[in-house]
Design a protein around this ligand. Structure first.
Ligand SMILES: N[C@@H](CCC(=O)N[C@@H](CS)C(=O)NCC(=O)O)C(=O)O
Length: 363
């Protein structure tokens, strides 16, 4: 079976992301995938920015007890993602920073199958596959489709009833979560939020479009480029768009200060409108990874966010420190370890840089 490599096409030296294969939705009108409590399961990596969006949305929508989660180990090898325990990485304990990740693997009826707190290092090594005890994410893909012939990517939204993949495209998974189909099961203590209000939808789509091409996927195109000119083109493009973002946030902030005063302005500083939307959810996973990994590992080092983009940095710190669903789903352990030790073509010795410290500035 030929599964294309995660790095660049040797012909033109440019990285091209594969198109996701499973594209169903969940809705009362869908012939198979109806909304239900505990029927669907998310498979994620805490390192992966695309999976990160789905975890944030799940938490923002109060669905942590409705949709369970299994987390792959941070180390992705030639056979792809694997679940805990991972014998080959057993020496990693003292290399890990402090445990984080904040992922609740509910529903509670799914136990961690005998793992004790000593052997179960959630937030560092990921979790077991709670449903089938698979060792590899690939096994899940083959269960859904024995002829599957593409890459085994996270996130995966899995249906426990028909035992198949509903969707493996993060931009669609977050829209399913936001659509309201699970509202009746959602945690009532979580304030309800619509991440895609009708009146802002076209602006959100417009921002998502350029943010995806030039920032979210831009860092990968720079990082995986295998020719100098391709790399330079991509990295300059990223910084052009970070500048555009900085200007948008700067203009907004000035207006917010005029309208609400300095104290309240920050609480309304979002990419679109004056409220948290999908545009923030999709931008955040890239920006929070930027200084810790993309600057050095993907060579996006014209500047750091913290030194070169004051408003983007302020927006980032506000979201990270003031919104639990962002904070609790961000694992700097997974992020740093995954990139620096999995991409052996970029970093053959797997040395993980210690800085920058702190991972993110305080407010
Ligand atoms: N279009 C997908 C992209 C997902 C994706 O590329 N995930 C990466 C991790 S960041 C992955 O699982 N890669 C595994 C591989 O390429 O083997 C989405 O947004 O859901």
């Amino acid at each position: 079976m030929s599964v294309n490599k995660p790095w660049a096409d040797p012909k033109d030296g440019a990285f091209k992301r594969q198109v996701s294969s499973f594209r169903e939705t969940i809705s009362p009108n869908h012939p198979v995938f109806k909304p239900a409590n505990g029927r669907y399961w998310l498979y994620v990596s805490l390192a992966c920015p695309w999976a990160h969006r789905t975890l944030i949305t799940r938490a923002l929508k109060g669905l942590t007890s409705v949709i369970g989660v299994s987390v792959v180990h941070w180390h992705m090898d030639s056979k792809g993602w694997k679940f805990f325990p991972d014998e080959s990485q057993s020496t990693s304990r003292d290399l890990c920073f402090e445990p984080s990740g904040g992922v609740k693997c509910l529903p509670q009826s799914h136990s961690t199958k005998g793992l004790t707190p000593e052997t179960y290092r959630a937030g560092i090594d990921g979790t077991i596959d709670h449903n089938y005890n698979f060792k590899r994410l690939s096994e899940l893909y083959y269960k859904a489709d024995p002829d599957y012939a593409a890459r085994f990517t996270v996130p995966v939204l899995w249906d426990l009833e028909t035992k198949t993949i509903v969707n493996n495209e993060s931009s669609e998974i977050i829209r399913i979560f936001n659509s309201g189909v699970f509202n009746e099961f959602a945690d009532p203590s979580v304030p309800s939020i619509d991440l895609l209000p009708k009146e802002l939808e076209s602006e959100i789509d417009e921002v998502n479009g350029w943010v995806y091409d030039n920032i979210n996927n831009g860092v990968y195109k720079a990082g995986f480029a295998e020719k100098q000119d391709v790399y330079e083109h991509e990295v300059i493009n990223i910084f052009t768009h970070l500048k555009k973002l900085e200007e948008i946030l700067q203009n907004k902030y000035v207006k917010l200060v005029e309208k609400y005063g300095e104290q309240e302005a920050l609480s309304k500083l979002f990419v679109v409108g004056e409220q948290l939307t999908e545009a923030d959810v999709r931008l955040y996973p890239t920006i929070v990874r930027f200084d810790p990994v993309y600057v050095q590992h993907f060579k996006c080092n014209i500047s750091t966010i913290r030194d070169g983009f004051k408003m983007v940095d302020l927006w980032l710190r506000n979201i990270y420190w003031n919104y639990e669903p962002f904070h609790s789903t961000t694992s700097f352990d997974h992020i740093k370890l995954h990139y620096t030790r999995s991409h052996t073509r970029i970093n053959p010795l797997g040395i993980t840089p210690l800085g920058p410290k702190p991972d993110i500035g305080s407010l």
